[in-house]
Design a protein around this ligand. Sequence first.
Ligand code: SF4
Length: 350
Amino acid sequence: MSAPKAIAMISGGLDSTLALALVKRQGIEVKAVNFYTGLCITETQRRKGGRPDGTIPRNEALRAASDLEVEIEYVDVSDQGYLELIVNPRHGYGSNANPCVDCRIFMMRKAREIMEREGASFVFTGEVVGQRPKSQRRDTMRAVERESGLEGRLVRPLSALLLAPSIPEKEGILDRSRLLGISGRSRQPQIRLARELGIEDWPQPAGGCCYLTDEAFSRKFFDILDAREEAGEERRILREDLVLLSTGRHFRLSPRVKMIVGRSEGENGVLDAYAGGRARLLARDLNGPVALVEGTATWEERQLAARIVARYGKGKDLPEVAIDWIEDGVPETLLVPPETDEARIEAMRI
Ligand code: SF4
């Protein structure tokens, strides 16, 4: 008879790695899944060529699966309804733009589909009761389980003893006595367990991997939604928005016009790649940022945008800088003094 099978939802953080190890050591065949939403900070940095300090983050989920010798499926959900969900979350947002409850339900539904396809008996996660303010409260965890269609088949091995026995525990597939009853925000029980299980490698610091929990990102996220709504457009987020929202400094010049200014060579390259349908600005004959302007800018807004580009380039102390404004392939040169009014710049910053 073949070994029972389970689907592990892993991020590669310490908790999901421990959950993986706990289930695997019960002789259960485990297939790991990792969902890419387009909003994972480290994965986005990895794809853009590294962190601001030049280091390249690892994909921790792939690393954890490899360390524990488990098959992993990497699923890009950014075009599978995830972007609609983050604009209209039924359970609302957390403290920033993070719709964690809806996000968990969405991912667990995807995991359930994989469980059914793979003929697995259950899905498990590294969630710990009481570790996160809303999404890991006991009542929320129950609601997520119910709404994802995984009722009875969603196991949290680290907190299982604090929750009702799951179907695989009742059926004897999983030995409940070898699961744990960890709760709360302290990391000490997990660190002790990692030592016991011989797990030495996990990302530091834990968590913080999602742009939607980031305050600055969330401001830009809601700004774009509000601007579209005000312009009579659909309140929605596109895949290219995800790239641009995590790139550069963002300025709102007017309700209709927004500007993004690159902060590094890598970001300038990203902005170059997304110039289609936008005006692209850069200083002529001087090093400096690439900037994109979205929306139909007035003459004053074009001047202002050019002055901001001059301000962030090598010519910031010159009396005038030539800025190329390239729109629909047509270049035009604006000769402007760099913007010196820092308070004005800050006031436009999103
Ligand atoms: S932090 Fe981000 S990825 Fe994690 S549950 Fe919340 S919205 Fe989803």
